[in-house]
Design a protein. Structure first.
Length: 300
């Protein structure tokens, strides 16, 4: 098994934990932007310390990134923030399930952007595995009973926000891979960790400026709730480092496709933790996702 596969699975699991913690913060203590900011402000110093410790232990010098790195890293960081805002906005829409379906087109869009921007194609077996997984996402996201006429389920604001978030997440993934590869280092871990340090620091500054302007006092609330928010930062650092390592080792399209295993983690929690029933359609969808993930592991 190639190294990027277990790294991606671990990253998806850590991301699931982070979303649970952020949901708790949003429900009990912070605004949506504040809960999002906690992800960056607490993970940024942890990542910076990790990079410093790694450089000290290995005796390597701090990388000197060029213009290509900054263009990819800052574009990816901004796209990730905007994509997250789109997802938060679509959660308030009535046809939210269809929006999520369109958001999951990020896998296909990442493949397209990877080809156009980085010149990275994908194999025919890999594309087939991605399409099988996408079919599973469509089944999983479609509401029980169909949710009404098809044009009302597709042509709505929620679908538009979901599609836009998919585009932005694809830009983000492609940007992160492009930034890490542009460093030209043989040390894969240093490439990923340094890129992550730069991105999280820039995102923290950008969101701090936004909150200071739009939500005065929210930064103080994030700092006051450091116990839970700090856990958000730790799980974010673990998950993000995993994603960045995977993006460094493998094409972003394949990483995003395998990352859909997060949906299986969510359904496992639904069944075994919350004891909620699962429909036959949902079981078929999970079967397709599992086949897609297994297919990617076998063909790559």
């Amino acid at each position: 098994m190639e190294l990027w596969i277990p790294i991606t699975i671990a990253a998806a699991f850590a991301q699931n934990l982070r979303f649970m913690l952020q949901k708790h913060l949003k429900a009990t203590r912070l605004s949506t932007a504040g809960a999002t900011f906690s992800r960056f402000v607490y993970s940024a110093p942890l990542v910076a310390a990790m990079v410093a410790a790694y450089l000290g232990a290995t005796g390597q010098a701090l990388p000197v990134p060029g213009a290509r790195f900054w263009a990819f890293a800052l574009t990816g960081g901004l796209a990730q923030i905007l994509a997250t805002l789109c997802v938060v906005a679509l959660f308030s829409e009535r046809n939210f399930a269809v929006g999520i379906t369109f958001k999951k087109t990020e896998v296909l869009q990442t493949a397209l952007l990877g080809l156009v921007v980085l010149g990275e194609g994908i194999s025919t077996p890999g594309l087939m595995a991605i399409l099988v997984g996408f079919a599973g996402v469509v089944l999983l996201s479609d509401p029980p009973g169909g949710g009404g006429a098809w044009h009302r389920r597709i042509l709505n604001r929620g679908a538009g926000l979901g599609l836009l978030s998919g585009v932005l997440f694809a830009v983000s993934a492609t940007g992160y891979r492009g930034a890490s590869l542009s460093l030209g280092l043989d040390d894969v871990f240093l490439r990923a960790a340094f890129t992550l340090a730069v991105v999280t620091a820039s995102q923290s500054v950008a969101m701090a400026l936004w909150l200071g302007w739009r939500e005065p006092g929210e930064i103080a609330r994030v700092l006051a709730n450091w116990r839970v928010a700090g856990l958000v930062g730790i799980t974010s650092m673990i998950g993000s480092l995993g994603w960045f390592l995977a993006f460094t080792l493998q094409k972003a399209a394949y990483v995003k496709a395998l990352g859909q295993i997060e949906l299986l983690f969510s359904f496992a929690a639904t069944v075994f933790v919350f004891r909620e029933k699962t429909s036959a359609r949902e079981l078929v969808a999970m079967g397709l996702l599992s086949a897609s993930i297994l297919g990617l592991i076998l063909v790559l």
